[in-house]
Design a binder for this molecule. Structure first.
Ligand code: ZN
Length: 180
């Protein structure tokens, strides 16, 4: 999996879905999943900027950590207009003179996966990639009971259970469940 190093608080803002634009000096043809690595060197002066405050920057959030993978997003496209001085509609997070990398589908990790970052787009080591995959899988499994409540084809006339299933009760104490 490819990764991008982003200083805090911006890695947090991307992980929590507040910031969908990453301003970069260069373009890329790559599209697809990207792990967001929170750089060791944070840009803590930016935490007091209006945009970070408006997004409710929370330094106690696990994805506000430094030195680890905090989320996986999808790189959906790159807007090159501003890099050549033309106007665009990339919104408040977009900077003049930069390529605007459009990030969608943020999946924050429950806790960071420690790694050593690199500049540009870089490849996760197999061990780090496996850790990220394991967390994503655990989060997906924790979300499964929601789908399990859907009626499968051929079961349309089965009456709905009057009380939560055993699966639901188990989910209520699942250790990987997010505390919200
Ligand atoms: Zn743009």
């Amino acid at each position: 999996m490819q990764a991008l190093s982003v200083p805090q608080p911006w890695a947090w803002a991307i992980a929590r879905g507040h910031k969908g634009i990453l301003n970069r000096a260069s373009n890329t043809g790559y599209r697809g999943p990207v792990a967001i690595y929170a750089s060791f060197r944070a840009n803590l002066g930016s935490c007091d900027r209006p945009m970070a405050r408006a997004a409710a920057w929370d330094p106690a959030d696990p994805v506000a950590a430094i030195g680890g993978i905090v989320a996986v997003v999808s790189l959906a496209g790159v807007c090159a207009a501003a890099a050549s001085g033309r106007p665009c509609r990339c919104g408040e997070w977009a900077s003049a003179g930069k390529y605007h990398w459009r990030l969608v589908d943020p999946r924050p990790l429950q806790w960071p996966v420690m790694a050593l970052g690199h500049p540009g787009l870089w490849e996760l080591t197999p061990v780090v990639a496996a850790g990220v995959a394991r967390l994503l899988l655990g989060q997906a499994a924790a979300a499964v009971p929601r789908d399990a409540t859907r009626t499968a084809p051929g079961e349309a006339r089965r009456p709905a259970p009057s009380r939560p299933s055993a699966r639901h009760r188990r989910r209520a104490v699942h250790p990987l469940r997010r505390p919200n």
